[in-house]
Design a protein around this ligand. Structure first.
Ligand code: WQD
Length: 348
C-alpha cells in the first residue's frame, strides 16, 4: 500500500512514517516544514538504509492549502502507476496558546487545508482517511476517564477547528457517496521518542508542552520547569493528563489502517491514549527516578486554556482496532531522555 502522510515530518508524523516504512508501506510525505526540520527525512532515510528496508519514502515540500499541489500529487501518483491507497492527515497547527492569539490562522490551515484535501481525495476517488484529532475537543472534563461519547465542548480555537473537521466527516459520510472510510483518532498527550533516539520531539522555540520542556531542563537548555498551577482540584493540585508513548500512538495508526482495510465503509471517532492519568508532579518524579536527572521547578499561576484533569477511556480502540498501549511511563521517560541526550539541540 502507498500512504500519503501529510505533516509527516513532525513529531507524530515522523514516528508514523518510520513504522509504516518498516512494515513495508510506501510513504509519500507532504509537509510545509514550517514546524519541523528536513533533517527528520535524512534521519529516516538513513534508518531505512542501515536496516536494509526497501520501502519507498518520497517527500514533497508544500502546504495543504495549495489545492493545485494536492491535485498534482494525486494525478502524478496515478500517472506513475503508484496510486495513493490511503491518507493519514496530520498536517495542521496544534498549539492551544497560539490558537488563542491567532484563531483565523488555525481555521485557515487546519480547516481549509483539510477541506482541500477532502475535495482532492473525492476527485481522485481515494476514500480512506485517518485523521489526527485531539482530546482537546472534550474541553472541561465532566467525567474521567473520557470516552468518545463525552460531551464535546472545546475551550480554545485549536479544539474548535478539530470539531469543525470532525463535523465535515459526519456530513461527508452521510452524503450520497457512502463508501468513505474515515477514522478520526483523538490523541491525548503523545510523548517520548523512538527507542533508537534517531527521531523525537523538537519543538521550535520554547516548548509549549510539558514533556519536551522537561527534557530541555534536564539537558540544561532551560533553567527550570514552570508548573502551571498547584491548586487544581486534583490529588496533588497539579494538572492530570494522559501521556501516551509516541510509538504506541504510531502503532495505533497501523492498527487503524488494518481496520479500514477490513471495512467497505466506516466513520469512527477513537481515543488514542494510555488510559491512565498522571499529574505534573508525578511526571517530574518519575522522570527523575527513570533518568537520574534533577528537575528544578517553580509554581506559576494556571495557564489559559488548561483543564484540571483529562485522560482517556481507550476501550473502543482496544475493541475496534485490537490495539492497546504497551509502553510504561518509565519507558516514556527513558526514551524521551535518550532522544534529548543524543540530540541536545534537537535536529539543528
Ligand atoms: C500538560 C500538563 C499543563 C507545560 C496539549 C494540547 C493538546 C495536545 C497535547 C495537540 C498541563 C502542565 C505544561 C509547562 C506545566 N496537542 N504544564 N508546565 O495542554 O494537556 O495538551 O498538548 O493535540 O491539544 O492542548 O499538554 O504538555 O501543554 O500540558 O505545568 O511548561 O502540564 O498545565 O497540566 P496539554 P501540555
Amino acid at each position: 500500500m502507498r500512504i500519503l502522510l501529510t505533516g509527516g515530518s513532525g513529531f507524530i508524523g515522523s514516528h508514523i512514517a518510520l513504522l509504516l516504512l518498516e512494515r513495508g508501506f510506501d510513504v509519500l510525505i507532504l509537509d510545509s516544514f514550517i514546524n519541523s526540520s528536513y533533517n527528520v527525512i535524512y534521519r529516516i532515510e538513513n534508518y531505512l538504509d542501515n536496516k536494509k528496508i526497501n520501502s519507498k519514502l518520497e517527500t514533497v515540500v508544500g502546504d495543504i492549502r495549495n489545492k493545485k499541489l494536492l491535485n498534482n500529487i494525486f494525478s502524478d501518483s496515478i500517472k506513475e502507476e503508484k496510486p495513493i491507497d490511503a491518507v493519514i492527515h496530520l498536517a495542521g497547527l496544534k498549539s492551544v496558546s497560539d490558537s488563542l492569539i491567532n484563531p483565523l490562522h488555525y481555521w485557515d490551515v487546519n480547516v481549509l487545508g483539510t477541506l482541500n484535501l477532502l475535495l482532492t481525495m473525492k476527485e481522485f476517488e481515494c476514500y480512506s482517511l485517518i485523521f489526527s484529532s485531539s482530546a482537546t475537543i472534550y474541553g472541561l472534563s465532566d467525567t474521567v476517564p473520557m470516552a468518545e461519547d463525552h460531551k464535546i465542548s472545546p475551550i480554545n480555537p485549536y479544539g474548535q477547528t478539530k470539531v469543525a473537521i470532525e463535523n465535515m466527516f459526519h456530513d461527508l459520510y452521510n452524503s450520497n457517496i457512502n463508501f468513505w472510510k474515515i477514522c478520526s483518532l483523538r490523541y491525548f498527550n503523545p510523548v517520548g521518542a523512538h527507542p533508537s533516539g534517531l527521531i523525537g520531539e523538537d519543538p521550535i522555540g520554547n516548548p509549549n508542552n510539558l514533556f519536551p520542556f522537561l527534557t530541555q531542563v534536564a539537558i540544561g537548555r532551560q533553567k527550570l520547569l514552570k508548573v502551571f498551577g498547584d491548586n487544581w482540584d486534583t490529588k496533588d493540585g497539579s494538572g492530570i493528563r494522559d501521556y501516551i508513548h509516541i510509538v504506541d500512538l504510531a502503532e495505533g495508526h497501523l492498527a487503524c489502517i488494518d481496520y479500514l482495510n477490513s471495512k467497505d465503509a466506516c466513520l469512527e471517532f477513537i481515543n488514542l491514549g494510555s488510559g491512565k492519568g498522571y499529574s505534573v508532579f508525578q511526571i517530574i518524579r518519575q522522570f527523575e527516578l527513570s533518568t537520574g536527572c534533577q528537575i528544578p521547578f517553580s509554581i506559576q499561576s494556571r495557564r489559559d486554556g488548561d483543564v484540571a484533569e483529562c485522560y482517556a477511556d481507550i476501550s473502543k480502540a482496544r475493541k475496534l482496532l485490537g490495539w492497546t498501549p504497551l509502553k510504561s511511563l518509565d519507558q516514556i521517560c527513558i526514551d524521551g531522555w535518550n532522544w534529548q541526550m543524543k540530540n541536545p539541540n534537537g535536529y539543528s
